[in-house]
Write a new protein. Structure first.
Length: 104
């Protein structure tokens, strides 16, 4: 297993609103992932903490999201084969996460 990909996305929404937006976003994202052939094996909220696991083409990805009052911390553990795409994944997740957590 490669080194985990860790990101912190700042926000000024407060913990409850950030979590609400992430819950909505993960449900939409889940549908998109499944259409792309990615199996969502687990997506479980415990308080302000989300554990998730995905798989595709025999590769498994897991991680967690922690919602804090002014940041969202994401940690993703990628298999070695997929770790080569970590930089691109980080850019995409960072952009989408920032859009999701920007005040509207």
């Amino acid at each position: 297993m490669a080194k985990p990909l860790v990101m912190e996305i700042p926000h000024d929404l407060g913990r409850d609103e950030a979590k609400r937006r992430l819950e909505e976003g993960t449900e939409k994202g889940k549908a998109l992932l499944q259409k792309s052939g990615i199996t969502v094996e687990a997506m479980t909220w415990t308080g302000d903490h989300l554990d998730f696991a995905l798989s595709s083409l025999g590769q498994k990805i897991d991680g967690q999201v922690d919602v804090n009052p002014d940041t969202v911390r994401l940690e993703v553990r990628l298999p070695l084969l997929l770790s080569f795409f970590a930089e691109k994944l980080q850019k995409i997740v960072g952009n989408e996460g920032t859009k999701l957590l920007t005040k509207k």
